[in-house]
Design a protein around this ligand. Structure first.
Ligand code: CU
Length: 646
């Protein structure tokens, strides 16, 4: 297996750009998607990628090094900015890497851990791989977490082809936070984002400024992603990316997990920091991988208790919380705003991942503290430890390389300006009213086996099952009816609601017409075996409920009970049972992406404002989003008449 040295390359930082004002005082930016060759590691040949690049904009901070990530856009709250999103990828260019599936016959090897096309399904049997050879750039940009008018939200079907441009206007009227922009094209999101199309978007406001947080060189965006690499016939890296997914007789998840962890576009980078307080803006920009992150000193001591989280997806927490020693879980698209004082540490600080992929938040799979320390000490003693050695340490073999990056701590700065802020970090935000009249919506996450799992490249579909109460409309004769039992979010009283399964795929009819300016509670039931990051466009939300549940009186958390399989079982009933603690950094946090663990039913409270229009909610595992774990919603003013389907 070809080898790359960790912590060899300096951490790149994308340049920061602000909009330019034109003669009518409008703020304007132009960002072009282009082909580019970039180093992912200094020992690799250059990698062909697709990359967002500044075409027009004011550079307020130069970047460090080269990266495929787009510029970091920085705006003030309520700045109205129009971005020209240009597709400048040549018409004849095709996706700059291979998309392969592996149907592994050797249970002793985990294909996702290995570079190269070993054991790939032959080209003639792999439909997607053939399609990818003829795949040109059809692009549409979504600003994740943005309160964006529906026309500019990046509806997946509204793509722009080569030489076409979309002018999207963003009002940015929301609390200071780090959003991110990325491609959102229908059935192509996983491939376009994997090709490199992503970047950060910072909103600044007075509330944040009042905290006098570390800024400039002391504020680091850290965008974490995983990738796999192609190799030639001699087993050497070619530099090209490789999108490799496991499909074992249709059982495979087909999610992308790669062995190499990149921060800001570089594999296992290092960065020089001074012995002072830093603000770290983390984003999990991976297609599918969840990280469970631990900061370690060079003796392998866990530093998490000394790292403060001050913000979440949608802005500042009211009170800071320290990171759990068991690790900070970050699902795809989640962001955290951290403060770490390097003056209290000597030598180097390592960022370590302890999560398996796929991830089910199973504590039994969490490595013991001693094992983590040993991993680090082994790597420091011999950075060339082969994959086999590391692999042997991971009994589950679903986490090949634990290292993410390294911070090398130098001297303190001459002037220390930033201090740890005191609580509360911000004023309390108005709480949405949840009462007996609050509308409750029910949905389930289901892994649907492919209709013909004998096809070599058969892929599991990931569906949202969307439910509509029987009381709401006449139902078809063959409707699948499911009884839900759950505590009412306002009163706590057990409710029984009979619903029918009204949609499973993206293009099924719209069911959920949501009144503008109203608050709803959504209960999301995870019937699958892995955690899913669920994202709702337009809104921020709070995670307000978390339960274990029974399906058809069976307990999904009981290992002796069969797991739910939609082919084998007809879903009759879901019953919320024991409450589960919400993570301390999620309680009361402004969120736009929520982790829903297997065997759990999670409640989120959301208020739909300020714009009407057609939006969507979806799983942010991009392979799931592209395979129908995505549904449309329509936000509509109360006074607009509604004509029923019936
Ligand atoms: Cu999912």
């Amino acid at each position: 297996m070809p080898y790359l040295t960790p912590f060899q390359d300096e951490l790149p930082i994308p340049e920061t750009v602000c909009p330019v004002e034109d003669d009518r005082d409008a703020c304007f930016l132009s960002i072009a998607a282009r082909c580019k060759d970039v180093k992912l590691h200094s020992d690799l040949p250059a990698t062909p990628v697709w990359s967002y690049q500044r075409a027009e904009g004011q550079v307020v901070r130069a970047g460090v090094g080269d990266t495929f990530l787009g510029p970091t856009v920085e705006v003030r709250r309520a700045d109205v900015v129009t971005v020209a999103w240009k597709n400048e990828i040549p018409k004849d260019a095709t996706l700059p890497y291979e998309v392969i599936k592996v149907n592994s016959t050797d249970i002793n090897l985990v294909p996702q851990n290995l570079p190269g096309r070993w054991d790939a399904i032959p080209l003639e049997q792999d439909t997607v791989r053939k399609q990818a050879h003829n795949l040109h750039a059809a692009l549409v940009t979504h600003l994740h977490g943005g309160r964006t008018q529906a026309d500019y939200d990046g509806w997946p079907d509204n793509t722009r082809l080569s030489d076409q441009v979309a002018h999207y206007t963003y009002h940015n009227d929301q609390a200071s936070t780090m959003l991110w922009y990325h491609d959102h094209a229908m059935h192509l999101t996983r491939l376009n984002v994997y090709a490199g199309l992503a970047g950060a978007w910072l909103i600044r406001d007075e509330e944040e400024a009042a905290l006098e947080l570390p800024q400039g060189d002391y504020e680091l965006p850290l965008i974490i992603q995983d990738r796999n690499l192609d190799v030639d016939d001699d087993g050497n890296f070619t530099g090209a990316l490789l999108h490799k997914a496991e499909v074992n007789g249709g059982e495979g998840p087909a999610e992308f997990f790669g062995p190499y962890t990149l921060v800001n576009g570089r594999i296992w980078p290092r960065v020089d920091v001074q012995a002072t307080l830093y603000r770290l803006r983390l984003l999990n920009g991976s297609n599918a991988r969840t990280y469970r992150l631990i900061f370690l000193d060079e003796n392998g001591q866990n530093l998490n208790a000394r790292v403060w989280q001050i913000g979440s997806d949608q802005g500042l927490l009211q009170n800071k919380v320290s990171l759990p020693e068991t690790g900070l879980v970050l699902v795809p698209s989640e962001r955290v705003d951290l403060l770490l004082d390097f003056s209290a540490v000597e030598g180097s600080v390592y960022l370590w991942n302890t999560a398996d992929a796929p991830f089910g938040n199973d504590d039994k799979a969490r490595p013991h503290a001693d094992a983590i320390t040993q991993e680090l000490l082994n790597l420091i003693a011999d950075p060339s430890v082969t994959a086999e050695v590391v692999e042997a340490q991971n009994a589950d073999r679903r986490r090949l390389f634990p290292q993410v990056m390294r911070f090398d701590v130098g001297a303190p700065p001459k002037v220390v300006s930033a201090m740890l802020p005191t609580d509360p970090l911000r004023a309390a935000r108005p709480q949405p009213v949840v009462d007996a009249h609050t509308n409750i919506r029910l949905m389930a996450l289901v892994e649907q086996p492919p209709p013909d799992s004998t096809e070599p490249d058969a892929t599991t579909m990931l569906d949202f099952w969307e439910f509509v109460p029987l009381s709401q409309e006449p139902v078809p004769d063959d409707a699948e009816i499911v009884t839900f039992k759950f505590p009412h979010p306002a009163t706590g009283e057990m409710q029984t609601q009979q619903c029918w399964k009204a949609a499973t795929r993206f293009y099924d009819r719209v069911n959920w017409f949501i009144h503008l300016d109203t608050t709803e509670v959504w209960y999301i039931v995870n019937l699958s075996g892995d955690s899913h990051p669920i994202h709702v466009h337009l809104v921020d939300f709070s995670v307000t409920q978390r339960f274990n549940y029974l399906w058809n009186h069976r307990d999904p958390n009981d290992p002796t009970s069969p797991s739910f399989d939609p082919v084998e079982f007809r879903l009759m009933q879901i019953e919320a049972i024991t409450p589960v603690d919400i993570d301390p950094n999620v309680i009361g946090a402004p969120k736009d992406t929520v982790r829903v663990d297997p065997g759990q039913m999670v409640g989120i409270t959301l208020t739909f404002a300020p714009y009407p229009g057609r939006y969507m909610y979806h799983c942010h595992i991009l392979e799931h989003e592209d395979h129908d774990m995505m549904r449309p919603i329509v936000v509509v003013p109360k006074w607009v008449p509604h004509h029923d389907h019936a």
